[in-house]
Design a protein around this ligand. Sequence first.
Ligand code: SF4
Ligand code: SF4
Length: 104
Amino acid sequence: MLPKWYEIPLGGALTEPGSTRKNRTGEWRTFRPVIDQDKCIRCRICWAYCPEGAVKEIDREHMTAKGVKYPITYEIDYYYCKGCGICAEECPVKAITLVREYEK
Ligand code: SF4
Ligand code: SF4
């Protein structure tokens, strides 16, 4: 038996706050940005430019091979990164490389 009109779930509507976090939008990504932590100068530009808020600033020290010590680390949240490449384009030292998610 078909449901009554008022029993049909709402479409295209947010029914609870924060529910979009359950949609892991990174699943349709073709290219994955990878940060070279030794090249990164912690300028925060990728964090500021990412349209998805998928660049995370983490309180974790990193010592580069050349002995430069940084108090923070930037990482990509692959659950939400869509692979648009803006971060790689804007990084002033080209510390972000886009690599293909799946080989054919
Ligand atoms: S590729 Fe796009 S979505 Fe992913 S971290 Fe970079 S700017 Fe954000
Ligand atoms: S834009 Fe490049 S150098 Fe700046 S924090 Fe991001 S990865 Fe590091």
